[in-house]
Design a protein around this ligand. Structure first.
Ligand SMILES: Nc1ncnc2c1ncn2[C@@H]1O[C@H](COP(=O)(O)OP(=O)(O)OP(=O)(O)O)[C@@H](O)[C@H]1O
Ligand SMILES: [Mg+2]
Length: 246
């Protein structure tokens, strides 16, 4: 059954910010299926982060429909039980991590999500330890997230997202401001998560570094948003040239 594998279905989605005249995008339709590794690529200001916030339910589309696993997202979010489930299934790393870090220690930051999930203290501790180890953050467990370097903050925020063990992971420019080695390390981690069955949705401008791990692309530009498979993109030198500019 096709429906079982659908993660997001957008139909004729349009969005404009309140009090702003211009639309950010209009009549956009696409599907994201379970197990895809989708890269959003496009110029600055083209609406990538805006679309992320719509997929996460922070922003409501101005018109059109958006379904998560075949159910209307706004309806899911209107019910406390299904809203909680949705937020356990879908994790998001914001472009500006400072908006995401609000606890007084790295440990508490990572433990925050699991604590909301009615897990036992042992299970919470185990998840935090796993995530601290994953990013080599053990020596920083008592540090104040606010005081960390930009790259360290990104790792703590990412650890806090992964601690929820989400099925779908939205990553808004996690590679910016990192060394090439660190970028490659993170891409390897995203690839592993994908291999483990997670659906990855990644906003990035680093086409050359992600092209071997991404399966699909949502390309923003020229006033439209189009979805392409990796094979379709690789067969289109002009489009490759375009995304390399982003
Ligand atoms: N809260 C807001 N109110 C009004 N306009 C906004 C708001 N947030 C973003 N915008 C505008 O919407 C457009 C799309 O912004 P968005 O952040 O989605 O772009 P982006 O593709 O993520 O860009 P970048 O690559 O620079 O991160 C921009 O022109 C931006 O100025
Ligand atoms: Mg953005």
């Amino acid at each position: 059954m096709e429906g079982a594998d659908l993660i997001f279905t957008a139909e004729n989605l349009s969005f404009r910010y309140k009090d702003e005249k211009g639309t950010i995008f209009e009549d956009v339709s696409f599907k994201i299926n379970k197990g895809e590794f989708v890269c959003f690529m496009g110029p600055n200001g083209s609406g990538k982060s805006t679309l992320f916030q719509i997929l996460e339910g922070f922003l409501k589309p101005t018109s059109g429909s958006l379904e998560f696993e075949g159910k209307d997202l706004q309806e899911l979010l209107a019910n406390e039980v299904s809203k909680k489930k949705f937020h356990q299934k879908v994790g998001i790393l914001f472009q500006n991590v400072d908006t995401q870090l609000f606890n007084s220690t790295v440990y508490d930051e990572i433990a925050f999500g699991p604590k909301q999930m009615n897990l036992s203290q042992n299970e919470v501790d185990q998840r935090v330890e796993d995530c601290l180890n994953l990013f080599n953050l053990n020596s920083m467990r008592d540090s104040v997230p606010y005081n960390l370097s930009g790259g360290e903050k990104r790792e703590v925020a990412l650890a806090s997202v992964l601690a929820l063990n989400p099925d779908v992971i939205l990553l808004d420019e996690p590679l910016v401001g990192l060394t090439r080695a660190k970028r490659n390390e993170l891409i390897e981690l995203f690839d592993k998560l994908h291999q483990a069955g997670k659906t990855i949705i990644l906003i990035t401008h680093y086409f050359q570094q992600i092209k071997d791990v991404a399966t699909d692309y949502l390309i923003f530009g020229n006033g439209e948003i189009v979805k392409k498979t990796g094979d379709e993109l690789k067969a289109d030198p002009e489009l490759i040239h375009q995304v390399e500019e982003y």
